[in-house]
Design a protein around this ligand. Structure first.
Ligand SMILES: CO[C@H](O)c1c[n+]2c([nH]1)[C@H](O)[C@@H](O)[C@H](O)[C@H]2CO
Length: 450
């Protein structure tokens, strides 16, 4: 029972876990026959990342994975969401399979299962093989076939031991960051390329799900980052800005995947840069899914502005609490989003596949503790927000905290720490923060102690 007297016990079978991604934690990007990814290239391009930080070492998880699985077990995790590095499996992106790469993930999965931890495997968490980028990457319509081929190699090797598969992590970030604004790999800045990359990502998602239905026998879904948009005023201009921002981030991916069409406003947003798509593409994209993963971090109070392409921007809240990445702490937004998802797309099961915060953490104290009360408070509030949505009828099946470990925060390098476990990057020492110990108690109590 929590201090409030309310019992926040979650449904039986609710899956409690933590999430990471290959490029952010593994290191050794070219070990044992692996090929380079677009992030290997991007991070080694001067000026692209904070301090020139790269994933060459990261959390050295490629070599320390046994220790990390033991840590997950000690913390009491029941699930672990991780991604596979495509270019470890297929160094050229297609064709030749690198058995050493398959063996790494096979050993990891077996260790998780032996520890009573369910693996959730993400096929694509942003690290496209560089060899495929050389062939046009997500701008090439063949990318759907490349991705389905890659998925099938993993399905055949791991399905059965892995029973929950994710095709893409956050196609919006891949497109907005990698093709429109250029802040993420491959660093393109084109309003014409962005819709093409985005559409091919969704075609690839559909092709990988189709391939799974042929090769796999368990569950597969899509992970999206969605963010509730609230108008800065009750004026018509801001209402229009909210509608555009909502369509661009939240509906642009879920509508084709769940409804087989784009939201009306995409052409308003991109104008002549928004192509006419063949109807057959929507039959490919809209594949029945076993679940949808929702990554939630913050909300956006939105007003009209002259930014491109949205003509909409976020308004900082003077009384808001903000994390180190500048995101407002707003747990109600998660409840609102989960209710919106159910109202818009129906009763497809949902996992909150990422939720967490970067705060400035103090150093390890003499008692070996790292006191991170702000992170614990953030996680508690968001878990309570999920509980509220479940009570309102949303079928939320699990929660993966972002992240298990402090790790490489993409272009921000190692400057932001999201982990419930601290990583000393000089020594690779892992130290569970207070939030990790607290989370373990929440899991053991099935949420009652929230
Ligand atoms: C824009 O926020 C997104 O929902 C989002 C936040 N995050 C993500 N997506 C990515 O999936 C992770 O790789 C990031 O490390 C993590 C923290 O930044």
């Amino acid at each position: 029972m929590s201090q409030t007297g309310k019992d926040f016990r979650f449904p039986e079978g609710f899956l409690w876990g933590a999430a990471t991604a290959a490029h952010q934690i593994e290191g050794s990007p070219l070990a044992d026959g692996a090929g380079p990814s677009i992030w290997t290239r991007f991070a080694h391009t001067p000026g692209m990342t904070h301090n020139g930080d790269t994933g060459d070492v990261a959390c050295d998880h490629y070599r320390r994975w046994r220790q990390d699985v033991a840590l997950m077990r000690e913390l009491g995790l029941k699930a672990y969401r991780f991604s596979v590095s495509w270019s470890r499996i297929l160094p050229e992106g297609t064709g030749r399979v690198n058995q050493s790469g398959l063996d790494f993930y096979s050993r990891l999965v077996d260790a998780l299962l032996e520890s009573g931890i369910e693996p959730l495997l993400t096929l694509y968490h942003w690290d496209l093989p560089a060899a495929l980028d050389d062939r046009g990457g997500w701008l090439n319509r063949d990318s759907a076939d490349w991705f389905a081929e890659y998925g099938s190699v993993l399905y055949r090797a791991l399905d059965g031991r892995v029973k929950k598969w994710v095709t893409l992590n956050e196609p919006w970030v891949v497109t907005d960051g990698g093709y429109l604004h250029g802040a993420l790999a491959p660093g393109h800045r084109s309003r014409y390329e962005a819709p093409i990359a985005s559409h091919n990502l969704m075609r690839a998602h559909g092709a990988a799900v189709q391939a799974y239905r042929a090769d796999g026998a368990h569950e597969i879904g899509l992970v999206v980052n969605i963010e509730p948009k609230y108008p800065a005023s009750d004026g018509a201009e801001d209402a229009g800005a909210v509608a555009r921002a909502h369509a661009y981030m939240n509906e642009q991916y879920l509508h084709p995947a769940m409804l087989g069409r784009y939201p009306e406003r995409m052409r308003e947003i991109f104008g002549d840069a928004w192509p006419e798509w063949p109807q057959a593409d929507f039959e490919l994209i809209r594949q029945p899914l076993d679940f949808v993963g929702i990554n939630y971090y913050t909300r956006s109070v939105t007003r009209a502005d002259d930014s491109y392409p949205l003509r909409a921007g976020a308004v900082r809240q003077p009384l808001g609490t903000y994390t180190e990445t500048g995101w407002e702490v707003f747990p109600q937004g998660l409840t609102d989003l989960l209710l919106w998802f159910k109202d818009t797309y129906g009763d497809t099961p949902v996992y909150v596949t990422e939720n967490g915060a970067a705060f400035f953490d103090p150093p390890v104290a003499e008692d070996d503790r790292i006191r991170d009360p702000l992170r614990t408070a953030y996680l508690r509030k968001h878990l309570r927000a999920i509980h509220e949505a479940i009570e309102a009828g949303v079928d939320v099946r699990g929660y993966m905290v972002w992240s298990l470990l402090d790790n490489l925060e993409w272009s921000l390098g190692y400057s932001k720490r999201f982990g419930i476990v601290h990583v000393n990057y000089e020594t690779q020492q892992r130290t569970p923060k207070d939030s990790a110990r607290w989370y373990g108690r929440v899991i053991a109590s099935h949420g009652s102690s929230l």
